[in-house]
Design a protein around this ligand. Structure first.
Ligand code: FRU
Length: 494
């Protein structure tokens, strides 16, 4: 083991264990200590789910990318394992950037990641050079391959930048070959997804440009994933530098799902549908795994590069992962629901039906808490006189609250954390177009100590946001301008 990795492992062991469990999210992954970004190597290996993550143990800021490592049997209770990779080679000394993992034929686990180094240009300036490298291991310790890097500038199609060539996502096909998709920047300055193939995971060849952005959805496409689901092919990617389009796409770092058919001859995606993956504030760099029972499960960094200023300054860890979500495709749309394992954490069921809320704010007995699973159906009390606005407040006390509000006449659902205790001028609200044809809105709101994830109409859309409000603010209340009628089921998540 390199000195650098040993140092990281010692540091996280001594510092990470000082963080009390109750200072972390209850069931969302947070870094052992320090900074975390993208999920990496989300995979099933020897009967357990492994997740690696972009990791700087030494600070709660991005720097010197290592790979952190956690393991779980149920997607909800995660154990920390020692850091898996450190940027300890010449070819990755600027960082071990994002990548993925797969089990090899011989039972070892292969990690494929972006190795970053720098080069000096003729004019004296320095720029990053991104290549792909691999490491093999046993689920705990990994050794970088002597032949690294395995994909370099010479494997790029014409015009593609060697400074933006990153985030390999690997899988195995029925033809016995490994494939991977990698984000790349073509000459037009936007993004494209490259497809590569390998017989053994070590020797790789270029196959095709799977899909091209052509400056439609932001610029560079980061962290791609590609898989077949419910008879369609799905490309997930996280575009940088987005411009807004209605309420579908927002400014800055966003998420994109393209659904289509795969041309088996040209290996190109024939696009049919596109949408955001998450309509909230904090969701980026999602990655999936195929569980042994056939479920396609997605996790993401529950954070956005553009809202890093919304943070706690007294914390020894920064950032968290989203809840793992089960995916499906219905009517050309991506649906997401929390992993069914979450049901086992539900306790203290409280149910209410046909509660009428009219021009007032109410609370309901035993409906409160910060680690909660809440199911709500909201409909007009009188179909011919539909209410103006319904609002659900949570993480609430006299001083603070966050809210979801629905305006049926505009079909707009808004998440708002403006009063959550934030002292920074970053985005605190986001709107989402929902329920175009119906006045009945169905919500499932999963709260953990520092987040809210809102599953809309059985997962047709999702809004995720970090909520850093003091844990004493645990109230939940309901308001309607006009008359709304709700059914509600609430569980504590324990
Ligand atoms: C996305 C990203 C990846 C890169 C990693 C570096 O959030 O920019 O493209 O591999 O973060 O930490």
């Amino acid at each position: 083991m390199s000195k650098m990795l040993e140092k990281a492992r010692n540091y996280e062991l001594t510092q990470g264990q000082q963080i009390k469990a109750e200072e972390r999210p209850a069931f969302h992954i947070s870094p052992y200590v320090g900074w975390m970004n993208d999920p990496n190597g989300f995979s099933c290996y020897k009967g357990e789910y492994h997740l690696f993550y972009q990791y700087n143990p030494y600070q709660t800021q991005w720097d010197s990318m290592h790979w952190g490592h956690v393991v779980s049997k149920d997607f909800l209770h995660w154990d920390y394992l020692p850091a898996a990779l450190a940027p300890d080679e010449d070819y990755d000394k600027i960082g071990c950037f994002s990548g993925s993992a797969i089990e090899l034929e011989d039972g070892r686990q292969l990690l494929m990641y972006t190795s970053v180094q720098q080069e000096k240009l003729d004019d004296g300036t320095v720029r990053d050079v991104q290549t792909q490298s691999v490491a093999v291991g046993d689920g705990l310790d990994y050794e970088k391959y002597a032949g690294n890097p395995v994909l370099t500038a010479k494997d790029l199609p014409e015009g593609a930048s060697k400074a933006d060539f990153r985030d390999p996502k690997i899988w195995k096909e029925e033809d016995g070959c490994y494939y991977c998709v990698i984000g790349s920047r073509p000459a037009d300055g936007s993004g494209q997804i490259l497809l590569y193939r390998s017989k053994d995971g070590f020797q790789w060849e270029f196959v095709s440009i799977l899909d091209e952005n052509q400056n439609r959805y932001g610029k560079m496409w980061e962290c791609p994933d590609f898989f077949e689901l419910d008879g369609k092919y799905v490309l997930l990617t996280s575009p940088q530098d987005m411009l807004p389009e209605g309420l579908e796409y927002h400014n800055g770092n966003g998420t994109l799902c393209v659904i289509g058919e795969l041309d088996p001859e040209t290996h190109k995606l024939k696009e049919q549908f596109s949408q955001s993956v998450d309509y909230g504030i904090d969701y980026y760099a999602m990655q999936t795994l195929l569980a042994p029972d056939g479920r396609r499960i997605m996790i993401a960094w529950m954070q956005n590069w553009d809202t890093l200023a919304y943070r706690r300054n007294d914390s020894k860890w920064f950032a968290q992962m989203s809840l793992p979500r089960e995916l499906s495709i219905k009517n050309g749309r991506l649906y997401q629901v929390p992993v069914r394992e979450l049901d086992a954490m539900r306790t203290n069921k409280v149910a209410y039906t046909d509660v009428v809320i009219k021009d007032t704010r109410i609370t309901l007995d035993q409906v409160e808490g910060r680690t909660v699973d809440l199911e709500l159906v909201i409909r007009p009390e009188d179909k011919t006189n539909v209410y103006e606005k319904f609002e659900l407040r949570f993480a609430e006390n006299e001083k603070y609250h966050s809210a979801l509000s629905f305006r049926p006449h505009e079909s707009v659902l808004k998440i708002d954390r403006k009063f959550s205790g934030s002292e920074r001028a970053v985005i605190h609200q986001r709107r989402c177009q929902v329920n175009k044809d119906s006045n009945e809105l169905k919500l499932r709101v999963v709260l953990d100590r520092y987040s809210a994830e809102v599953f809309i109409n059985d997962g047709e859309q999702v809004m995720s946001a970090v909520i850093l409000t003091d844990q004493n603010a645990k109230g939940i209340s309901f308001f309607a301008d006009g008359a709304a009628k709700i059914d509600l089921v609430k569980y504590d998540l324990v």
